[in-house]
Design a protein around this ligand. Sequence first.
Ligand code: PGA
Length: 247
Amino acid sequence: MKYFIGNWKMFGIPKSINILNKINSFYTKDKNRSKYKVVFTPPYTLIQSYSRYFKKKKINIGSQNCYQKDKFSSNTAAVSPYMLRTVGAKYTLVGHSDNRSEGDNDTILKNKVELALRNKLKVVFCIGENKIQKRNKKTLSVLKRQLTKVLDKKFNKNNIIVAYEPIWSIGTGKIPKLNELNKTVLHIKKILKKIFRKKSPPLLYGGSVDGKNAGIFKEIKEIDGFLIGGASKSSKKFIDIIKNYYR
Ligand code: PGA
């Protein structure tokens, strides 16, 4: 199963649902539809209404983040996995580089993953090196640390997806060289197999994925889909990614 996950970040108002409606219509007619799932993570403000609307349709709704405490707490502006689940979220991103840069460390992220899973959310756990780490050839060791510090063998791997997003590639139009990406992806899968006893959760690539470059990634069989930021705000661009991937 492949995944095309659209991450809207700080984008969207109620009527932006039109974008998802077009993608839903494409999906229901696409001859390749049995091969992939479509998930969108709109901002918190839209999760309930969008989840309700797409309940019997094909698009799954998730959250971009969640708080590291269960149920309710006294943390202003925090939203727990439990609260997300009750308004219909099925997935949540955890560890996006935007949130890591705002203070999410390995301990916090581990709590988030654990609580999200406990509240029946599928977790899309994001990892990735920054420009300096890449320049210093630290990519593989950084990724290993990010994975092993947070993912635990006791977690249910069937409810985890990992997204590799090099920070230098997010929103920049730059993508990794194919041979480098291939090496990195194999490295990540090897670590995941070690953590989860032989079977790795799905591994997505994210960072400047668009309709033009989506086809290139097909060459790397170990990539199980994409986490798409900028291009997910346009139905045409998002559909182009799927079309080019299956061309
Ligand atoms: P991008 O964002 O596709 O705009 O590079 C990806 C992400 O941050 O998830």
